[in-house]
Design a protein around this ligand. Structure first.
Ligand code: ZN
Length: 276
């Protein structure tokens, strides 16, 4: 546990910027399909191109996403999310960047979270840009599909579920109430780029950090890994707490392979003791 002791020292010095991934939300019942405990998904993730160009793919996606929202929308923050919020409150954490789209950092008490990939709780109109709450969309889809009885078997971290296509036929999608345009969850799909202002804000946070603390991310996708690479380039130390192997290990001075729901509350109580 020498690594944990070193991590305590680093965090106690403050200036920590958190980069979190799906592994932080698994204890909230949202499976990490890339992680060691995640079930391998059968279907490929929705791409922006398929969503916007293929009406059948879009209808099937909305049916699956509508079911997935019942799980994601009811998920509650876990001890890991709350510990990060305590570390922020204590002044040790000065920035939070998340790859998750579940909003659980904020539900756990964190502030000023950069949601790199957006948030499933918001719906955006691709034509007029209006943002509306997911609850409205869920209610409208329920009204438009009174006979829909699909049951989700496995929900993915992006709110998508596994469901036979036969069950999706006949599902009715609804459009923007303001302009009649195409609606989409306000999340970044595969094949879509992260909005530049979120990327630059995140790079700014990393540039001002003493420690970049990666939580529950295998760093498989470049949208997250690039911040680790930038930190290394700038001489900022990197720590990782994650279950299983990550692609960031060659760059990290500290790597802790342990449950986040145990390690993070421990760190939060240690740092609170140090700073009080
Ligand atoms: Zn619109």
């Amino acid at each position: 546990m020498r690594q944990v002791a070193e991590l305590e020292d680093w965090i106690s010095e403050g200036g920590v910027v958190v980069l979190s991934g799906a592994g932080l939300s698994t204890d909230s019942g949202i499976p990490d399909y890339r992680g060691p405990s995640g079930s391998a998904r059968r279907s490929t993730p929705m791409t922006y191109q398929a969503f916007t160009r293929d009406p059948v793919a879009r209808r099937r996606y909305w049916a699956r996403s509508h079911l997935g929202w019942r799980t994601i929308g009811e998920a509650r923050p876990n001890d890991g999310h709350r510990a990060v919020a305590r570390l922020q409150e204590a002044g040790a954490v000065q920035g939070i960047i998340t790859q998750n789209v579940d909003g659980l950092h904020q539900a756990g008490g964190a502030r000023d979270v950069v949601e790199l990939h957006g948030n499933l709780a918001r719906i955006v109109c691709l034509d007029c840009g209006e943002l509306t709450p997911r609850e409205w969309m869920a209610a409208r889809l329920d009204d438009a599909n009174p006979e829909f009885r699909g049951v989700a078997t496995a929900v993915n971290a992006d709110g998508d579920v596994e469901l036979d296509d036969a069950e999706l036929d006949g599902f009715t999608v609804v459009d923007c109430m303001a302009c009649g345009g195409m609606l989409k969850p306000d999340v970044v799909y595969f094949g879509e780029t992260v909005p530049p202002e979120r990327v630059s804000r995140s790079f700014g946070l990393v540039a001002g950090a003493r420690t970049l603390l990666v939580l529950g991310s295998s760093l498989t996708v470049m949208s997250g890994r690039r911040f680790v690479l930038r930190a290394v380039k700038d001489g900022i130390r990197v720590a990782i707490v994650n279950r299983g192997v990550t692609r960031g290990e060659p760059y990290a001075g500290v790597v802790v392979d342990a449950p986040l729901g145990i390690v993070l509350p421990h760190l939060a109580s240690t740092v609170a003791t140090v700073s009080s």
